[in-house]
Ligand binder design. Sequence first.
Ligand code: CP3
Length: 337
Amino acid sequence: MKKIIETLQGKKFEIPPIWLMRQAGRYLPEYREVRSNYDDFMQFCFDSKAIQKVTLQPIDRFDFDAAIIFSDILVIPHILGQSVRFEKNHGPVLSDVNWEHLFDQSNTINMPEVMRPVTEGIRATRQELSDDKALFGFAGSPWTIATYMVSRGKTQDFAQIEPFIKSNPDVFASIINVLTKKVTQWLQLQIDAGCDVVQIFDSWAGMVPEKYYESILIKPLLSIVKALQQSHAQIPIIYFGKGISNYYPTLAKQVSNIAFGIDQHTDVNFINLNLPSHIAVQGNLDPISLKNGTFDSDVKKLKNVFKDRPYVFNLGHGILPDTPIEHVERLMQLIKS
Ligand code: CP3
């Protein structure tokens, strides 16, 4: 049995299952070694052998309850023809785009074919991973992916994108539509290849003004979740909407049967009081307190606050690259004690 899956299906454990967002990454020397073989990050993301190797590294080292497939949310724009490269100390840079051309392209693209290196990596990883561990597939939300596509890199705030939405409302709606379809198909392909659970990363949800929630956040999410619940009813879905956890009690009524990832700024008591207690939550430990090794009281508090609901231990956002490995080891001991 997979403890994380059981938890997401509603079971409560005294010792919660644990994995960490961005657990395969630069804080691991063995990751940096594999990474150094590639100048181009996207080439790395499409190498089946490297995917398998790097996905399993944190499991071998820390014995987490789940692996997350090594990939990136930006593989979607990349396969749609908006190429992505990563500049050191700068983050992603996306190429210029002709939207009409990209929309045309999106109709002809053979997703199973172009994603084959990744799905092969998933298949191989699932085979090697022990039965009691879950394998996460993931994608960005349409909105979060769109922020990178429209600003051709990281977006600082909504004001950077709102002029585009206002002057090209039809184009923006088409971007969200195309991404909704592609994200749905990509998650389905990952599940077919062997993923047991999927997470939707909406890292920039917190930027969106409430008047846009319906069109930008909820409608696309509902469409993805409905399609997955129809095609793969048994696969749990986690929505990580960074910065909007106060809205989760309402969102849970609009999009049913999903679990929620909560960031480190979330008021956990508010969640406990307002989100029905059968709904699973995941996360909340501040990545900075893991980095600094000052997490003992936070861990105790989280275990206590969420003792009466299904809870998956995790961070509130990705692990920081300069996190000492000993702190992760000590966190594991503390959780399991
Ligand atoms: O969690 C895991 O271990 C699985 C792998 C994973 C990566 N990216 C690998 C990666 C996952 C789940 C992601 C998600 C992702 N990617 C998100 C959503 C989650 C979040 O952190 O908000 C976003 C917004 C991206 C886009 C992205 N990819 C950015 C902004 C960057 C550069 C900034 C950074 O953190 O370095 C990346 C690059 C990236 N993706 C790296 C890794 C391990 C580091 C690149 C490197 O090794 O050179």
